[in-house]
Design a protein around this ligand. Structure first.
Ligand code: ATP
Ligand code: MG
Length: 419
């Protein structure tokens, strides 16, 4: 038997309602905030991520699905959304519209990681990006969108962790301080972090190895070394979140995994996911658009992992999370003529938005009723030649067994179901 590749998942019919619920909630919230959906290719030129995500990141160094296509080009399956959106923003001159450009997306992402709960090789992200606005009000809007999305999903036990990682100006001095600090622990750092020490020491704070993270605990914190502009930006962002009643904790150890972040970074963390606890992460960046050949423009955005949201929703709300999709009415039929009438009736009911079902497998009447039970139909009727001749039938409430006589018509059936 051929099985699915390691680290991938089938979304089975029992779960698709939950996926649609999350996706619809995401789209509804984006509509309210004026973020428009953008759809981009599943694969891009590898160089886009090398330049747009950064050579010192785990994603680019270890996790990308990169291959040569038949034309000899190096192609990579999207590991994330931001670089692609930046490319599209430049390529399609979206900067020529009134700014900012507010975009949202739901995409599959591919990263060659060690599969475990909440960590897959193909996973899905809902994300937004706002290009062309550098005000703290933008940071506050982006964070408030994420907050409303998670709240609308009905999740509990989610906390917002906020930090500022400064700009190239304050990062320069800070990086020297960091380097001096980690220099003393050179013999203990992991090989990747030794490399980071040269290229991007802040990345060490993000290392998942136990030893490195223990060393990093006492390292100097960026929030304590912000330049005046970054300090004011951070204060104003926090004030605006306070003003909207959005709670957060300042966490100096949130540095985010991608190279291009500046100033505000944030994560929404769940208390019920163990190691893979970040359900949504994002931040502000400058330099990315320029790095990709566009006219300088700032951006800020986030991405939420849908599989992790599903894990939290199921843990908190059980298998029924996302709502049910059980039939309003099951129409059982006796004989082929009645079955034909049933099919036409069901078709007409469906036109009116009623979820109606019938048997398609030639079951006996008794087996049809068993099947109606299995489908958890809310009501059922049985029709045969007599019911058709009389234009009447008995409708049964499947949860309490009560029956009532109704006219065999779309209108009266709907009236009864809606009662
Ligand atoms: P982590 O620290 O867990 O590896 P990350 O910093 O690499 O996360 P981002 O690049 O910020 O993650 O992606 C945004 C979100 O996408 C994460 O917060 C998470 O919810 C989700 N995500 C990232 N990688 C995976 C994965 N391999 N499988 C499932 N979800 C993921
Ligand atoms: Mg990662």
């Amino acid at each position: 038997m051929i099985t699915k590749p390691r680290g991938t998942e089938d979304v089975l019919p029992k779960d698709s309602k939950l996926w649609q619920y999350i996706e619809n909630t995401a789209r509804d919230v984006c509509d309210l905030f004026g973020y428009k959906e953008i759809r981009t290719p599943v694969f891009e030129h590898t160089e886009l991520f090398q330049r747009g995500v950064g050579d010192t990141t785990d994603v680019v160094q270890k996790e990308m699905y990169t291959f040569e296509d038949k034309g000899g080009r190096s192609i990579t399956l999207k590991p994330e959304g931001t670089a692609t959106l930046a490319r599209s923003y430049i390529e399609n001159s979206l900067y020529a519209n009134p700014q900012p450009t507010k975009l949202c997306y739901i995409i599959p992402c591919f990263r060659y990681e060690k599969p475990q709960s909440g960590r897959l090789r193909e996973f899905h992200q809902f994300g937004i990006e706002c290009f062309g606005a550098s005000s703290p009000s933008t940071d506050a809007e982006v964070i408030s969108l994420a907050s409303m999305f998670l709240q609308k999903l009905g999740l509990t036990g989610i906390s917002l962790q906020l930090n500022s990682i400064g700009c190239p100006v304050c990062k320069k001095d800070y990086n020297e301080k960091l380097r001096a600090y980690f220099e003393d622990y050179k013999s203990e750092l992991c090989p990747t972090c030794l490399e980071r020490l040269e290229k991007n020491p802040m990345r060490i704070i993000d290392c998942k190895s136990e030893i490195c993270s223990r060393i990093a605990e006492k390292a100097p914190k960026m929030v304590d070394h912000l330049c005046a502009e970054c300090h004011d930006h951070f204060e104003e962002t926090k004030e605006r979140l306070d003003n909207m009643g959005i709670e957060y904790t300042v966490n100096p150890d949130i540095v985010r995994g991608l190279d291009y972040y500046t100033k505000t970074v944030f994560e929404f963390v769940s208390d019920c996911l163990g190691a893979q606890s970040t359900v949504c992460g994002g931040g502000r960046y400058s330099g990315l658009i320029e790095q990709l050949g566009g006219k300088p423009a700032d951006g800020i955005g986030f991405a939420a992992g849908l599989e992790r949201l599903i894990l939290v929703l199921k843990a908190q709300q059980g298998e029924q999370a996302g709502g049910d999709n059980t039939p309003d009415l099951f129409v059982a039929a006796m004989g082929n003529d009645a079955d034909k009438t049933a099919q036409k009736l069901i078709f007409d009911l469906r036109k009116e938005g009623v979820h109606a079902q019938q048997d398609l497998c030639g079951r006996s009447l008794k087996a049809q009723m068993k099947y109606a039970d299995k489908l958890s139909a809310k009501y059922s009727i049985v029709i045969g030649d007599d019911e058709i001749a009389a234009g009447k039938c008995n409708i049964k409430n499947m949860s309490n067994g009560e029956t009532a006589e109704v006219e065999l018509s779309v209108d009266s059936l709907i009236a009864k179901i809606k009662e």
